[in-house]
Design a protein around this ligand. Structure first.
Ligand SMILES: CC(C)(COP(=O)(O)OP(=O)(O)OC[C@H]1O[C@@H](n2cnc3c(N)ncnc32)[C@H](O)[C@@H]1OP(=O)(O)O)[C@@H](O)C(=O)NCCC(=O)NCCS
Length: 204
């Protein structure tokens, strides 16, 4: 894991509660304004509308996912900030999850991308990102989580499987996008649709 200078920070306080001085975020979870701190400095915070460029940089640096145009991340941060999260470790951005509620089925949260920087993997941040997502006020009433997973992506499969298991939810694996669904000039592996339900978001 990357060495991080934590000597100058007070990790027992929650700067997220004071966004103007939130160069450091050590909030693991928030409920009704109360922060829960993680002993390793892990934090999950909501995305802000101006975080698009940061999301793109995290996607680029994490690797293992499609890197889309910067505009896609800027649009996502602007329009779907309420259903996206960023993970930080002692204030250093370490991963993200982008998602949106389906207009036709608002109780369904579609997780578009989730990624953790290589140096922070295996520490539980991926799980925290998913837990943080469904704990957002913007996800109140969410009962179903969907995501597509490329066959062979063991980490992604384990992430969603573990998330479902920890919540006592069912995991249904259905057809998602086939290889033929992708453009001829931009071939892509098939994506299976993982459907996790029921989800009990914070409003329950
Ligand atoms: C998928 C990813 C986000 C997981 O993040 P992470 O912080 O390492 O995940 P966690 O530490 O929270 O582990 C979650 C679970 O996955 C398992 N896992 C993590 N990496 C794994 C690997 N390489 N192979 C198998 N299982 C793995 C963990 O053991 C854990 O299982 P558990 O719930 O049964 O305890 C990360 O590997 C990543 O960024 N990959 C590249 C991008 C990607 O593929 N994203 C998903 C598709 S959008």
């Amino acid at each position: 894991m990357t060495d991080i200078d934590i000597s100058t920070h007070d990790h027992t306080r929650s700067p997220f509660l004071h966004p103007a001085r939130s160069g450091l975020v050590s909030v693991l979870a928030m409920k009704d304004g109360e922060a829960v701190l993680d002993g390793r400095g892990g934090a999950v915070r909501p995305v802000h509308p101006g975080d698009g460029a940061l999301l793109w940089e995290l996607a680029r640096d994490a690797g293992g996912i499609d890197l889309n145009a910067p505009y896609a991340y800027m649009m996502t941060a602007r329009n779907f900030a309420a259903t996206c999260v960023i993970a930080e470790v002692y204030g250093k951005p370490a991963g993200f999850a982008t998602a949106h509620r389906l207009p036709s089925r608002p109780d369904t949260l579609f997780v578009w991308q989730v990624a953790v920087l290589p140096e922070f993997r295996g520490l539980g941040l991926g799980r925290r990102l998913l837990d943080g997502l469904v704990a957002l006020r913007g996800c109140a009433g969410v009962r179903v989580v969907e995501a597509t997973v490329t066959p062979g992506n063991a980490a992604s499969e384990a992430l969603f499987t573990g998330f479902a298991k920890a919540r006592g939810a069912r995991l249904d694996i259905r057809a998602g996008f086939t290889e033929d669904d992708f453009p001829d000039d931009a071939r892509h592996a098939a994506e299976r649709l993982f459907v996790i339900h029921p989800i009990h978001s914070f409003d329950q």
